[in-house]
Design a protein around this ligand. Structure first.
Ligand code: HEM
Length: 400
């Protein structure tokens, strides 16, 4: 069996890393080299869902053999270790059931389809205000003025975090997700956000408001450290993801004017189009899908042993010919809702209904209100985040 190198780089903004196609062809699970051993890479859709939903699979980085350990070559210095310990409370994306279930149960009512529907008029108003601002200026960087602004405004409103502070936590989040950031700098960035949120939670505990944080405090089920961890996770997870999806989707739609025209004529098709954008771009790819087997088991014809580290290649699964015909073609009418861009199983994205609503409202309204929207620079001058673990455009200068 070939041992592949990992992570494989993207070379085109409209496709997963080219190495994935051959890996997928080779087998549903292939091996990759890591500094401290080897890890499995899951390349195909069916096996991706099996692993993400699997019993006998853990997402907890402390579980022996977790890929985090395979890639860290030296232990962190003691002062960072202390920060890392604090970081664990409430960070339920890294917990397995039943600990994970305790958090998920408390949060699910905040993200139901019904709850998100009630947020739509607020999202629409905020999107309209941002477009008013852009129209007043004549041209804009869509990443800064729209991509980042929409999800930050929405998440701040939902959580009860003051939007005035968005530049502070956006700059820190950017450091956290760049692969060029030194580990120490990344921990400092994490710690600064946590300190900020710690103060915010302390204030809210004294006088809870009617926002998500206030309601969580009122349940009395979470400790102070857990509250900080939960708000941290929601702030970061709900932010960089949607922020990257929006400009990329705009760019892709501008490249497919006939599909954009059809959407303008049939706006009820936007939700389906959003699913295709999520599948096609698969911006999260493997970064959230680090797992470890806790029992020996067979996956895709391979004997996986307890303690084996696994990465699911989400972008490969979403381009698997076995699950999506002509996966390399962008087709807003294909019915792509079964994609794994939000994951699958117990950790499936908690904020997916919110993300869908934001993308649908923001894209529909942008093209409705600015029908002449176009790139302000040649396409090959658009800079992309080939250095980040979540893919996107660094800037998208547009005019109309
Ligand atoms: C286009 C936007 C988004 C994408 C592509 C995305 C993607 C994902 C993925 C792939 C996972 C699964 C991680 C795993 O299996 O371990 C996930 C989990 C999660 N997402 Fe999202 N997400 C998006 C938006 C959001 C938003 C808007 C929020 C919150 C407001 C959010 C909150 C979360 C949380 C809390 C988890 C952890 C769930 C758990 O472990 O139970 N996400 N997301």
């Amino acid at each position: 069996m070939t041992t592949h190198s990992f992570p494989a780089p993207r070379t085109c903004p409209y496709a997963p890393p080219p190495a994935y196609e051959a890996m997928r062809e080779e087998a549903p699970l292939v091996e990759a080299a890591a500094p401290n051993g080897r890890v499995w890479l899951v390349t195909r859709y069916a096996e991706a869902r099996q692993v993400l939903n699997g019993p006998g699979i853990s997402t907890n980085p402390d579980t022996p053999g977790h890929p985090d350990q395979a890639f860290s070559t030296e232990p962190p210095p003691p002062e960072l270790k202390e920060h890392m310990e604090q970081f664990k409370a409430g960070h339920f994306i890294n917990l397995d059931p039943p600990e994970h279930t305790r958090f998920r149960r408390l949060l699910i009512p905040e993200f139901t389809v019904r709850r998100i529907r009630s947020m739509r008029p607020g999202i629409q108003r905020l999107v309209d205000d941002l477009i008013d601002d852009m129209l007043a200026r004549g041209e804009a960087d869509l990443v800064e003025a729209y991509g980042l602004a929409v999800p930050s405004l929405v998440i701040c409103q939902l959580l009860g975090v003051p939007y005035e502070d968005h530049e502070f936590f956006q700059s820190r989040t950017r450091l956290m997700v760049s692969t060029e950031t030194e580990r120490e700098t990344s921990f400092i960035a994490v710690n600064e956000i946590r300190q900020y949120l710690d103060d915010l939670v302390t204030q809210a505990e004294k006088a809870p408001k009617d926002d998500l944080l206030g309601r969580l405090i009122e349940t009395g089920q979470l400790t102070h450290a857990e509250l900080v961890g939960v708000i941290f996770l929601l702030l970061v997870a709900g932010h960089e993801t949607t922020a990257n999806m929006l400009p990329l989707s705009v760019l892709t739609l501008l490249k497919h004017p006939e599909q954009l025209a059809a959407l303008r004529e049939n706006p009820e098709r936007w939700p389906e189009a959003v699913e295709e954008m999520l599948r096609y771009h698969s911006i999260v790819d493997w970064v959230a899908f680090d797992r470890v087997a806790t029992e020996d088991q067979e996956i895709g014809g391979v004997r996986v042993r307890a303690g084996d580290g696994i990465y699911v290649l989400g972008a490969s699964a979403n381009w698997d010919e076995r699950a999506f015909e002509r996966p390399g073609e962008f087709d807003v009418e294909r019915g792509a809702r079964h994609h794994v861009a939000f994951g699958y199983g117990v950790h499936q994205c908690l904020g997916q209904n919110l993300a869908r609503a934001e993308l649908e409202i923001a894209l529909r309204t942008l093209f409705e209100r600015i029908p002449g929207l176009r790139l302000a620079v040649p396409e090959d001058e658009v800079p992309f985040k080939y250095d980040a673990v979540i893919f996107g455009a660094k800037a998208l200068p547009v005019t109309w």
